[in-house]
Ligand binder design. Sequence first.
Ligand SMILES: O=P(O)(O)OC[C@H]1O[C@H](O[C@H]2O[C@H](CO)[C@@H](O)[C@H](O)[C@H]2O)[C@H](O)[C@@H](O)[C@@H]1O
Length: 249
Amino acid sequence: MSKPLPRPSPNWAYFLDVDGTLIELAETPTDIDVDQGLLDLIGVVHLRSGGALALISGRSLADLDQRLGQTGLPMAGLHGLERRDQFGHLHRHEISPNHIRRIADHLAALTERHPGLILEDKGPTLAIHYRRVPRLGSYVDRFLRQMVDPEHDGLQLQPGKKVLEIKPAGINKGTAIAEFMIHPPFMGRIPVFIGDDLTDEHGFEVVNTLGGFAVKVGRGRTRAKYRLKDVNAVRTWLRNLPSLKGISL
Ligand SMILES: O=P(O)(O)OC[C@H]1O[C@H](O[C@H]2O[C@H](CO)[C@@H](O)[C@H](O)[C@H]2O)[C@H](O)[C@@H](O)[C@@H]1O
């Protein structure tokens, strides 16, 4: 059983996952619907929390910018591999592209052979989406496990919602949150991380360690101690933050 979240405090820092948390899941990565109401809401929470709000996503920063517009918000993309801070400065963990490019070639051939699978090539990370062909999920999983050898290539398989991703090991949403937390305006605050997927568990773990609040959206086993039911519940909770009192969104 999860407990109700405590009353939000002015010294909280907000870390928000994107797909499945702020935005409803869609059939394909490009089908998502980003509405102005959401952009206004996260913009106001950012402002009213003294800038202590960051988006933490598996998407690339370029993709987030394309879908959300130039929000000016701090963000981590590619599961923490890239991060844009509160000044708009970019921080990237550099990785050798050789292994990932070799795997990308194999995955491009795989998606050719199996219509319905989608390869999302994000450069340093790759995602194979099987939402349109769920029966292929375990086959894709076996295929990718043959491709990735964490001992030798430093890569790791990251399962998600109807997706399997390949990313560098050791860098994740938890490391991204920890990196934000050592700089103003996040430093000294209590972190709150809201997410819905397996990749968010890394973030929950770090937030728990830092004495913050980890919030899982929806069902499923989790390290988070708190839950919100769905995307609507997340937006309602944000709209009702005491710092937004008097603002109608
Ligand atoms: O960390 P997030 O911001 O939650 O991003 C996780 C992945 O989200 C996207 O895939 C998921 O959403 C798609 C659109 O709703 C859906 O079609 C897909 O099945 C989901 O897995 C995105 O495409 C990935 O790159 C992100 O890593």
